[in-house]
Design a protein around this ligand. Structure first.
Ligand code: ATP
Ligand code: LTN
Length: 331
């Protein structure tokens, strides 16, 4: 990795099968921009623990997600790929940061509110602390840019606030990161409930990156639209807007070009085009995924090496934070 380039760090949870939203909002951008940055990508398995998980399933999803990232083109020679739990410095720094993070800042986090729902008294405390663990992920590596979907912008802003507070209290240590949000496709919506974000933990209205073509056609054909019978990019037609956005993100065409293409046609044409764009975009990835399936140890080895390198990078930063904060014998 080249030290003159801006450092990129991003994470993704092995909390289910990754979706088209994860692909458009995050994964494909990470892969596309690898040569422009000094890249670190992390499978955030500790974040996935903030909601109840079956242990075997978590292990299987961690492997699956790693193989999907590699199949999407994340290249271990150009990017560091590792699992969060292989680097204890992440939890070590989290504790230090919780002590300088006001409860009021965490109370404002919208993801906590939507994930906890009406269950606020019984969800694990980890779900509440979640954004501080994310801040530790980012700050340990002196990250400049954090490529994420729209939903994570608030967490990156919180990370900046925590870093500024630490630097103010204990002297400049952490780099202040910037969120990097894609101009199109930063928030792909659920096909059946287009007012909600497509989430891997709610698979019903989501397209999984590994879905076969028939499943993709079927899901898209059932996507919710409206009765206005008018094709435009309008927030008043959230289901249609989502399909048009998917087409735009995957084909790279402008809004005008897309509207021209559908002139005089109905919603079925939009759905057919959306399904075919998705199938075409995912086919090469799915093919490479099958190659990794035939050689699963290769993926584990990449994670193991990535973990070793990440530990070497993160441990000195944790030690320095411990020293600044007044711990007697930093480990
Ligand atoms: P979960 O359902 O477990 O919360 P998730 O699908 O929201 O998971 P994450 O692992 O939390 O996915 O996110 C990985 C990356 O994908 C983040 O950068 C996030 O902003 C992005 N992302 C997630 N969902 C979407 C979406 N619907 N549209 C665009 N980007 C998304
Ligand atoms: N919170 C993020 C996942 C995540 C992350 C990170 C993203 C954990 N650590 C560091 C960017 C940088 C999510 O839920 N998508």
């Amino acid at each position: 990795m080249d030290s003159k380039r801006q450092r990129v760090f991003s994470g993704i949870q092995p909390s289910g099968s990754p979706t088209l939203g994860n692909y458009i909002g995050a994964i494909r951008n990470w892969a596309r921009d690898q040569d422009r940055f000094d890249n670190i990508f992390c499978i955030v398995d500790l974040h996935a623990l903030t909601q109840p998980r079956d242990p075997e399933e978590l292990r299987a999803k961690t492997w699956e997600l790693s193989a999907i990232l590699l199949a999407a083109g994340i290249d271990p020679d150009r990017s560091l790929l590792f699992a969060q739990s292989d680097v204890p410095a992440h939890t070590g720094l989290t504790w230090l940061l919780t002590t300088i993070t006001p409860m009021g800042w965490l109370n404002r986090m919208t993801q906590f509110k939507s994930k906890a729902g009406s269950d606020r008294e019984s969800v694990g405390a980890g779900l509440y602390i979640y954004p501080v663990l994310m801040a530790a992920d980012i700050l340990l590596y002196h990250t400049n840019c954090v490529p994420v979907g729209e939903d994570q912008k608030q967490h990156v802003e919180l990370t900046r606030d925590i870093a500024e507070r630490f630097n103010g209290l204990f002297g400049e240590l952490f780099t202040i990161p910037e969120p990097m949000i894609p101009p199109v496709g930063a928030r792909i919506m659920d096909l059946y409930e287009p007012e909600r974000k497509m989430d891997k933990s709610r698979p019903t209205g989501a397209i999984s990156i590994l879905d076969p073509p028939d499943a993709i056609r079927k899901k898209v054909s059932r996507a919710v639209t409206d009765s206005l019978a008018s094709i435009r990019f309008s927030p008043e037609q959230p289901g249609l807007l989502n399909l048009l956005t998917i087409i735009q993100a995957l084909t790279g065409k402008s809004e005008e070009e897309i509207l021209e293409e559908f002139e005089g046609q109905g919603y079925k044409a939009v759905k057919d085009r959306a399904a075919e764009s998705i199938i075409e975009a995912l086919a090469p990835l799915q093919q490479r995924y099958r190659d990794y399936e035939r050689d699963p140890d290769q993926v584990d080895l990449i994670l193991q090496r990535g973990g070793e390198r990440a530990r070497e990078m993160a441990e000195p930063v944790l030690r320095e934070a411990q020293r600044r904060i007044g711990l007697r014998r930093p480990v």
